[in-house]
Write a protein of this length. Sequence first.
Length: 487
Amino acid sequence: MLKTRKGGISSVRYLTNADMLKIHEQSLYLLQEKGIEIRHAAALKNLADCGANVNFQTKNVTLRAGLVEQALKTVPREITMAGRNQEQDIVLKPGGKMYTRNSGGMTQVVDLESGKIRDAVLSDTEDFTRLADALAHINVVAPLYPIDAPVEILELKTLEAMFKHTDKHISVRALNPGTFPFIVEMAGAVVGGKGNLRERPIISILDSPISPLSFPDVFIEALYIGGEYGIPVEACSTPNIGATGPITLAGSLLLANVEQLATIVISQLRYPGAPLIWAPRFPAMDMSTGITGMLTEGALITAASAQMAVEHYRLICDFHGPATNSIVAGSESIFQECIAAFVTAFAGRPAILCGAGALELGITASFEDLVIADELFGVLQRTIQGIKVNDETLAVDAIESVGIGGHYLDHPHTLDHFRDECFNACLLKPKTREQWVEQGSRTLVQRAGDQARDILKRHQPRGLDEGTAEALRNIIHSGWKGLAGNA
């Protein structure tokens, strides 16, 4: 089913209006009759005070429809993700411009020189961040986690490296709720104080419930920290289709919808207006092997959930596009990433499309894959723009002046429009066979590696001033004493 957007762009719709209404109604039913588990004492008390039915012994919470509808009214429909450099700010709106980010959370890396997979170290985090900083079609940067940082302050050392090597918006995560105050202190130090984060949220937090229907303390803390300081939170429910979610796509879609609505209630009843991003993920278990991957079904259900977020709820959403199960960057990874990216981008048009630069469904970082995905993002964004039809673009005057048998190479109309009409490919730039041979007969992945090495050799991101760098070091030292018990 196609739906025409403003500007003539058609999107694929996998759900009818009746489908979306039914999913919403069944979500309300499950929230009221079955409920969720919340492992956070303050959240249980707050929900009880707001009229939810709370069993403090079992930690089960049921939510009546009125609470859900109340919470939905206060979720912001416009969110700014600020960069350290104000020119890197992005503004998210439902169905508006689509931005992109790399995949985050990887702990391994494909060595750019040897091609071997190894554990990531801090220099890899710096290089991966620096590469993302340089790539034109990556708007938000997410972390690659190193093993050579103490586990107690892993997130803090990672965030310090990212602040030093990009001035774009940064997406962060925390494994320990105790880390959040130090993360906020670090972000505050970069923008001149924690009080400025509400106006200049230079970080966002990605965290998740545990499917099915369990909400751990670290996720609740993320929601509360986000609400207190105006930091956007990506709520990332992740039912594994066939394992921690129903095998039917509609069933796992419903389960994620329930978890997303519950998240909104938990957040908005404590901090009305807290910036939230609808960001479920849908891995799928291959029933013949028992291995989880990003299958065709995952792309379909992702597209449907984007449609629920944007069309039915008018909420801002973030979804995986170029996700792959492939072990190496190559034809398999590119094939999977293109399918998932195009299916998702043209159904609901998420505010953020993410997933670039990771193999094995987010386990291993690949510099080559990040460069390839950057070009894919550029192609997607140009495709979504569609074809602008007006007196100027129809080029009637140019056609008349060139006439029969001429050319347009040096015509003023060509010079006026070639930059905005034509995507400037790098990896995919046309070439003859002779040129390709002269350039070393390099494959797409090899050319991506060449480009990554060239960028890392020459690109120097806008660094931190020494005062801010020292403040970050001091906060990390305090975190080391507090979190590791080294006072």
